[in-house]
Design a protein around this ligand. Structure first.
Ligand code: NAD
Length: 470
């Protein structure tokens, strides 16, 4: 009974907060360029002034190093804000379009308009980045926002709530902490737009909830991103880059290479250099490295441990439940029917599979759902064209990993099972805006040709006009 009362009070309070946000949006204040700039600067101040607290919070949640937190969270967000501030005026401008003769005299344009109060649901693995990068886009586009960070990074979520509350306009931007129940309660309400980051399973639930209110949405999901290593490569550089990308965040990255397909002639060398890179980056005992994070919770630890126990590690393979530690691990001899190849691994286990012909590798990839990213190492331009032309994914990066998602000028998003919609830079601004068309005509010239009755001659005249002079 008492529990129900608390839930009811929480719902009541949340509802009144939403009413306040809607009123703020209706007042028009968030549409002003000056408000948007002020909020982006306020967020920037939070990121700069509280950089140490942010690093400490993420470290507390899953032992990520301060350097990694800066590179993948605060640094990226500050770049995203700077980029938005630089381009906002031009993004907001209406675009004129030319008008066919039969509609003259008139002027036509379309402009990006905010959706209203939007809902952003973030995932835990880059807790600041995944909640605040969409917020940057939402504010830039002139929306009010409710942000729901993930409960699996509790210290980070609490700091996001505190920081946004202290630095930003509370009448327009709110943070709601909590887990699935809170997310579901929010989804019961009507929002102008929903932006969800997380697993494809929950993504489906979010889409069903959005359908109830016909709310447009973006789903940023995960998947099995492949990495092909062809014959013609600098194998040491390829190995170092793959190891860096895979074991960053202990493999808990939506964009991480899920598995490697290597040409059989280069397999031994690749494995050798990957092992060398693991030791270079994390030492002989990665557990002691300050740069190697932990698995976020025991559920994920047990899921990964089960995958590990069911296969034979070529290197790594150690684990320690008390710390939720799993060593950077490379696995060999993995087949397509192995449990490792059924779902996104989302942890520090990297299967390396040899192929003899590129078509074989491409077939292998085509049998999986569309991934968020596809990586290729090859110096051969024809091979590059062939792989890009014969595969599908949210994005592609050739001869490196991750940076396709770091550039503010490239849209970042998935396809099929890895989601739909995109953000970062202009793409984020466009995602949180709808294009409103405007046609302005004058009273001059009002030929009776357009009006009924449509007799035979009138209709004959109208036909070519409508068909050819548009
Ligand atoms: P998670 O458990 O943090 O969940 C994400 C969010 O969904 C949280 O805020 C959570 O509270 C909320 N949630 C949980 N149940 C819900 C429900 N029933 N309805 C509505 N919301 C609910 O994160 P996760 O799902 O474990 O994230 C891992 C997955 O996310 C992986 O598949 C990863 O690849 C993907 N991911 C994708 C991106 C991307 O940008 N495409 C980024 C990060 C993670």
């Amino acid at each position: 009974m008492f529990c129900h009362l608390i839930l009811f009070m929480q719902h009541d309070q949340r509802f009144s907060e939403l009413v306040l946000l809607r009123e703020t949006f209706e007042s028009g204040v968030t549409r002003d360029l000056s408000w948007r700039i002020a909020q982006l600067l306020a967020l920037q101040t939070f990121l700069v002034e509280r950089e140490r607290d942010i690093a400490a919070a993420v470290h507390h949640d899953f032992r990520k190093s301060a350097a990694e937190t800066f590179l993948t969270e605060t640094g990226f967000l500050r770049g995203e804000i700077r980029f938005a501030l630089k381009h906002l005026t031009s993004w907001m401008k209406p675009r004129r379009v030319s008008i066919p003769l039969i509609y003259q005299p008139a002027k036509a344009s379309y402009s990006p308009e905010p959706y209203g109060v939007v809902l952003i649901i973030g995932a835990w693995n880059y807790p600041f980045n995944l909640s605040l990068a969409p917020l940057i886009s939402a504010i830039a586009a002139g929306n009010c926002a409710v942000v729901k960070p993930s409960e699996h990074a509790p210290r980070s979520s609490a700091l996001i709530a505190e920081g946004v509350g202290r630095y930003m306009d509370q009448s327009a931007i709110r943070v709601v902490t909590g887990g699935a129940e809170e997310a579901k309660a929010l989804l019961d309400e009507r929002f102008g737009y929903i932006f969800y980051t997380g697993s494809p399973e929950i993504g489906r639930e979010v889409m069903l909830a959005a359908a109830r209110h016909l709310t447009p949405l973006t789903l940023e999901l995960g998947g099995k991103s492949p990495c092909i290593v062809e014959e013609s490569v600098d194998i040491r550089v390829a190995a170092r880059r793959i190891v860096w990308a895979k074991f960053l965040n202990a493999g808990q990255t939506c964009l991480a290479p899920d598995y490697v397909l290597v040409h059989e002639h280069r397999e031994e060398e690749l494995l050798h250099f990957m092992q060398e890179a693991i030791t270079d980056f994390y030492g002989d005992e990665p557990r002691l490295s300050r740069d190697y994070p932990r698995i976020v919770n025991l559920d994920s630890f047990h899921r990964l441990k089960k995958l590990l126990d069911g296969s034979s590690a070529w290197c790594g393979g150690q684990s320690d439940q008390s710390e939720r530690y799993i060593a950077p691990t490379i696995l060999r001899g993995v087949t397509s029917d192995s449990p490792l190849m059924q779902l996104e691994i989302f942890g520090p286990l990297l299967p390396v599979i040899a192929y003899s012909d590129l078509s074989e590798a491409l077939d292998f990839i085509r049998h999986q759902d569309e991934p968020l990213a596809l990586y290729l190492f090859s110096s051969d331009r024809n091979v590059q064209e062939r792989v890009v032309g014969n595969s599908r994914s949210g994005g592609v990066c050739i001869n490196d990993l991750f940076f396709q998602a770091a550039l503010h000028r490239l849209p970042f998003g998935g396809l099929g099972n890895s989601g739909f919609g995109a953000y970062h830079g202009r793409a984020g601004f466009d995602t949180f805006s709808f294009q409103r068309s405007l046609l302005r005509r004058s009273f001059f010239s009002d030929p009776s040709l357009r009006y009924p009755p449509y007799r035979w001659l009138k209709f004959r005249l109208l036909k070519p006009l409508v068909t050819f002079f548009q």
